[in-house]
Design a protein around this ligand. Structure first.
Ligand SMILES: [Cu+2]
Length: 553
């Protein structure tokens, strides 16, 4: 959770401070000294931005209303792909370039978004009710962010603008999962089928195109995808306008309003290993305010940042009641004063403003206000009718017995260093994307995966298709591992804290620890992926295909 050795060495975090308080053009000399080496032979060093960046302290706070993304509406009905006699709701979702004012005092910012907005419209799905989405690439043919053509899958011969949409956390057939190599260029589309055969949860959709995911998401290609079910509905949680996503990401923005994506000091190899902004967008706005009634609200916190984690709290010592994590409801509400989210993680929280009528409450990141809730004097009639106590229990979470696993896969997270010991590329189990598939679980089998983190950083690891449980984290002897590839534990196993004891799809694998997860591979056989959700790592080899084999008959 703290600044790691590697982050410090990389210089990015230091640079961010500099971005915030100095003219960007003068930053380079304060960064690490540039190394003149051929592409991919040295740790990328951040180049100074060529344009002056917005200093966050210069922006007025809480002058724009918080946007709430509209609900996606079907455009009609189409034949069910598996049962041609049946029809399903059909959604058209066009990815388009557009411009938006991210703050009252900034010029419009060119962005890309689903349905021409960012975040895109929110999908409302119901368990057991499938739907179809045609994801249409109507973007320009030129990318406006710096592609690194050295990266596997982003070679110069490929179209610059490629997209393929993945619904993070959805259990879908392989052909609709948004496999990174299933990208298509501008002027093309893909029709995907979402069975929604899963419990209520806050999912999110985003681009997943091979080698440029970090740029496409940075450009704005993301949105929320809620799955609801009758069990959750019966709990009387805040609903309708009192239930909304809060989609958070950080950005660097030039004074001209343009997004700035950091690059290395080598123009032929611009990839950098992390991207941390100094301004946080809440549903696409900087420092917005939100007028609320004095009552309970359900907020679906989603971290869609490239690399940054959020450490969220409320002013007035107001606690959150966390009711859900990545894959839906916890067994019981959990009172928390801080919520930490790594990239792609979610937390569903209930915030009770009922005792705060007439006051303003801030949502804070590392203690700095991101969003101001302005609590009205009284609740509306509708609100009064609906207000209800938070239930004491939500949904039982049956623990997976690790002993029921047919296999434990020991998988390393490692970095390939240059001669100077500087990290260049992050790998999963020492393998690259194009190496033969090694993870090939059987359908309906239970496995445990042990992530042995040999790097100096925590990495958020995500598996497509499945939901899992965190079994434990345990410190190990790195020297013993490096000498003989044997796991020698140096301390007791640490059980997940209560907020990580529900169903997850992304787990923080801490440095120097073995992080174990357990999951049952339900879903359709086919090819899926697992990867680090630091988008810079994912794009540059920290992603692997896996093959779900059919169940034995
Ligand atoms: Cu990573």
């Amino acid at each position: 959770m703290t600044l790691s050795r590697r982050r410090f060495l990389c210089g990015a975090s230091g640079l961010l401070g500099a971005y915030a308080f100095a003219d960007a053009l003068h930053v380079a000399s304060a960064a690490t000294s540039p190394m003149v080496m051929p592409a991919r032979m040295a740790m990328p060093v951040l180049a100074a931005p060529k344009v002056p960046l917005i200093n966050p302290t210069s922006l007025a706070r809480f002058v724009d209303p918080l946007p709430v993304p509209p609900i996606a509406r079907p455009a009609g009905q189409r034949a069910h792909p598996a049962y041609p006699g049946q029809t399903l709701p059909y959604y058209r979702m066009e990815m388009r370039a557009f411009s938006a004012r991210l703050h009252r005092d900034l010029p419009p910012t060119p962005l890309w978004g689903y349905d021409g907005r960012s975040p895109g419209p929110t999908f409302e799905a119901v368990r057991g009710q499938p739907l179809l989405v045609e994801w249409i690439n109507a973007l320009p043919t030129r990318h406006f962010l710096p592609i690194d053509h050295n990266i596997h899958g982003a070679e110069r011969a490929k179209p610059a603008v490629r997209t393929v949409t993945h619904v993070h956390g959805a259990r879908v057939p392989a052909g609709s999962d948004g496999y990174p190599e299933d990208w298509y260029a501008s002027g093309h589309s893909a029709l995907y089928h979402y069975p929604n055969g899963q419990d209520a949860a806050t999912l999110w959709y985003h681009d997943h195109a091979m080698g440029i995911t970090r740029l496409n998401i940075y450009a704005g290609l993301f949105g929320a995808f809620n799955v609801r079910d009758s069990d959750e509905q019966a709990l009387g949680l805040p609903s309708g306008e009192f239930d909304l996503p809060l989609i958070l990401c950080d950005r660097l923005i030039g004074k001209d309003g343009q997004l700035y994506y950091p690059v290395s000091d080598d123009p032929s190899a611009p990839w950098v290993m992390q991207c941390n902004g100094n301004l946080t967008l809440c549903n696409g706005k900087l420092f917005p305010y939100f007028e609320v009634e004095p009552r309970r609200y359900r907020l679906r916190l989603i971290n869609v940042a490239n690399t940054s984690f959020f450490d969220l709290s409320l002013s007035h010592s107001q606690p959150f009641q966390q009711i859900g994590s990545d894959q839906g409801l916890l067994s019981a509400p959990l009172e928390r004063t801080r919520i930490e989210l790594y990239p792609a993680e979610r937390a569903d929280v209930v915030v009770d403003f009922s005792a705060l009528a007439g006051l303003s409450v801030q949502l804070r990141q590392h203690g700095e206000g991101l969003l101001e809730f302005r609590v009205g004097a009284r609740a509306s009639e509708r609100s009064n009718r609906e207000a209800s106590a938070l239930p004491a229990s939500l949904r039982p979470v049956t623990r997976i017995d690790p002993a029921s696993a047919v296999r434990d896969r020991v998988l390393t997270l490692e970095e390939m260093d240059d001669a100077g010991g500087n990290a260049m590329t992050m790998l999963l189990d020492g393998k690259r994307w194009s190496d033969p598939i090694t993870e090939n679980p059987r359908q309906h089998s239970t496995e445990t995966w042990s992530f042995v983190n040999l790097t100096g950083d925590a990495h958020p690891i995500h598996l497509h298709l499945v939901r899992f449980q965190v079994i434990d984290r345990r410190p190990f002897d790195l020297f013993a591992w490096n000498a003989s590839r044997t796991l020698k534990y140096t301390g007791p196993a640490q059980l997940p804290p209560p907020h990580e004891a529900g169903w997850k799809d992304t787990v923080r694998a801490d440095a120097g620890m073995v992080t174990r997860i357990a999951m049952r591979f339900d879903g359709e056989p086919g090819r899926y992926v697992w990867h680090c959700h630091f988008l810079e790592h994912e794009d540059n080899e920290m992603m692997r295909p896996y093959q779900l084999l059919p169940a034995k008959v």
